[in-house]
Design a protein around this ligand. Sequence first.
Ligand SMILES: [Mg+2]
Length: 413
Amino acid sequence: MDKITRRKFVTGAATVAAGGAMLPSFAYGAAGNRSPNPMKIERIEAFPVRYPTVMPFRFLEGPAGGGRPAVLVKITADDGSVGWGESVPVPRWSYETLEAATIAIEKYLSPILTGRDPFDLKGVHEVMDREIAPSFTTGMPITKAGIDIALHDLMGKVTGRNLAELWGRTTGDDLVLSWTLQTPNLEDLDPLIDEGLEQGFEHFNVKVAPDRDFDLAMVRHVKKRVPDGFLWADANGHYTLADALWAAPRLADEGVPVLEQPIPISQISGYQRLVRQQALPILVDEGMVSPGQVFEFIKLGCCDGVAMKPSRTGGLVSARQQIEMLESAGLLFLGSGLTDPDVSLAASLILYSAFGLKYPAALNGPQFLGESIITEPFRPEKGRVRVPKGPGLGVTVDEEKLKDLVKRSRSES
Ligand SMILES: [Mg+2]
């Protein structure tokens, strides 16, 4: 595993800062992503579900019911072609909810997208952003990602090309994953580590903050158990600036290679101080949504990289643009997720593999979720998971399984 040093990123960030105020130009897809025949979106359907979980995870709890909420999105074109997407709202991560995402798709996005060319991704995003407007950044990005992913799948299915091929890229056969550790008790740590090791995982990501002393004890223990693993620390924005400045050099001394989202994203000057501290590469996550926002953060020296997630960024178009920007700035792209199930997971796997992700992906859907609605569920082996091949997302939704999960999710909530 490459060792990451803060210094590597400084030069790249400076280049972008000197490059002017304009967002770099972006190609929506490789040449030739055209429908063989003119076609229109005929129907958009939303299927709200709650995937049962197999391990507790603090983000997936709440008053509206358990499980991992998701909205499966089915887009049918007027020639009968179908694409599947998935919106994955979790209000404890970001303000979107299962109910709001479902209604936004059915009542706000479906009417304005019906009749449009499904291959016109630029136009689709423009009208979605007009109908559900941005505030500081893209409005309801997780909801919109479900539409974006479904259109990519549809384009791939129609042209017989995998997503990566739509971008003029190729993928590897599998991706290395990391195992997520989150517990408020040190005595619970060993069984969680053991479970990851037993399943063949070699790399671990830990949820830290707000208790900085606990965090140091935790990473010290994990490092003792797994000395060679990539130990990625994510604070989910829960440190104060003072605690983050205290923790970063100490986490670095314990062997942590990156610190993700130490403080809330709106604390811009705080991010500048953490980056200037140069203790650890600072990654951003929650609240970092649009490419324009990433561009501003890079220019202002607020981050050394981004923990990418197509779900959080409003879909694959935005995520791809951000990765290209980070690459050209010499900054870091790590691959993570929102405990993505099935369809959303397939999109992330293809994206990360197509863009040559260098570090273990924190895609922990298979770790936490106990059910699947695709015909060949993703099952990691030896800490790796296959990258789906075949047209579009390379997965097939089993509509009977989906119907059944929709029904059970309704009766349980
Ligand atoms: Mg994160």
